[in-house]
Design a protein around this ligand. Structure first.
Ligand SMILES: [Zn+2]
Length: 375
């Protein structure tokens, strides 16, 4: 209670200072949302294919005569709506529509650039953007290696233009073939020095096993790519154990169902496994029926290394600031936790240990400066 009160006073002072700095905004009253926006952030789990801006999609609809009449018709196809069933089938169905948009090299470069710009606008300092080469290349039959190069090139340009540090993770879907996965892996390995730092196993966890991909991920790890696996989202704790023990996953995408098995919780704690938790996404895809019942608090209480992420900001109509706000206000976690979790994310990045340390130090300084303005 006292902490909350101190925080509110700090927040008030911070906003007074904020208004002083930006006299043009005198008429607008800063909100709590402005505070979350102002925080420096790190995002480890964001899919490019779940980050398309709706106005950009509408432009593509018109330019390519796609069968969608207006934004009102488009939104339910690509974003989760309050009226819809919150199920993984419904959530995954959005990606089916999104695949229709990857019409040209320019579009793929544009959506990449805009994803980086949106991260910068949300004060994300470091972004690990994951993308699915099979999805981006398949609809128009583009060579996968070229598609990956377009994404790399666009990230490099946008990163410099918008001042946000970005690295890439290549995602492989477990509901696609091993042959496709192998190709993605080869392409990623050839571009290790061009910004691809890791590989991810994503896709339909409810109906497809990760097991056939184990050998490929072992090769990736031995050749220097870092590993993150979607597990314990639409499958149980046994998938989290499998990812840690057999895939050498340093990080788990979601992983919240680890809480179903104390032995796997203990294993993750011992190994320092990092959980890329995405609270709103878990609600929208039906893993957590009520947002307020999300187990992030219990995970932290168990000493698990939790980070806060968006997953698919466009599909869920959120940004990372909104996720920070949800975690503190809906899930009632102390706001001091945010700094700690942002630093945990910086330390868990797939950068070299030295750059990880420098990133964490820079973010820590920035937090301290921001919060000292309230004293
Ligand atoms: Zn994901």
């Amino acid at each position: 209670m006292l902490e909350k009160l101190v925080y509110q006073v700090q927040l008030k002072n911070l906003f007074e200072d904020y208004e002083g700095k930006f006299p043009m905004m005198e008429s607008s009253v800063p909100t709590a949302a402005d505070f979350y926006k102002s925080l420096p952030k790190v995002e480890l789990h964001r899919h490019l294919e779940g980050s398309l801006r709706v106005p950009t999609m509408m432009e593509i609809v018109r330019a390519h005569d796609l069968d969608v009449k207006n934004t009102g018709y488009l939104r339910p196809l690509v974003q989760v709506d309050h009226e819809e069933p919150y199920t993984f089938e419904n959530f995954l169905s959005k990606f089916g529509t999104l695949r229709l948009f990857y019409k040209s090299p320019d579009i793929i470069k544009r959506i990449t650039r805009e994803a980086v710009e949106d991260a910068a606008l949300d004060n994300i300092r470091y972004l690990e953007l994951r993308f699915t080469p099979v999805a981006l290349s398949r609809a128009e039959g583009f060579p996968m290696a070229q598609v990956v190069d377009w994404v790399i090139e666009s990230v490099r340009e946008a990163s410099a233009k918008y001042g946000v540090f970005v690295r890439l993770i290549a995602s492989i879907n477990r509901h696609e073939s091993i042959a496709q996965a192998q190709k993605v892996l080869e392409i990623a390995l050839e571009r290790k020095d061009k910004g691809i730092v890791g590989v991810d196993l994503a896709g339909n966890e409810a109906e497809f096993s990760a097991e056939p991909f184990q050998e490929l991920f072992s090769i990736a790890r031995k050749q220097g790519l870092r590993i993150t696996i979607h597990a314990g989202e639409w499958g149980g704790a046994e998938n989290v154990r499998q990812a840690i023990e057999y895939f050498g996953a340093e990080r788990i995408g979601h992983g919240i169902r680890v809480m179903e098995d104390p032995a796997t919780v203990a294993l993750a704690r011992e190994r320092g496994t990092v959980f890329e938790v995405c609270v709103t996404s878990n609600h929208h895809s039906g893993v957590v029926e009520h947002l307020s019942d999300h187990p992030i608090k219990q995970m932290l209480r168990e000493g698990l290394n939790v980070t806060i992420n968006t997953d698919d900001p466009s599909i869920s109509r959120i940004d990372l600031s909104m996720e920070y706000q949800t975690v503190t206000e809906v899930l009632d976690l102390p706001n001091e936790l945010l700094k700690e979790r942002v630093l945990a994310a910086a330390r868990a990045s797939f950068l070299s240990p030295d750059i990880c340390r420098r990133l964490a130090a820079k973010i820590s300084d920035e937090f301290n400066e921001l919060l000292s303005q309230g004293n």
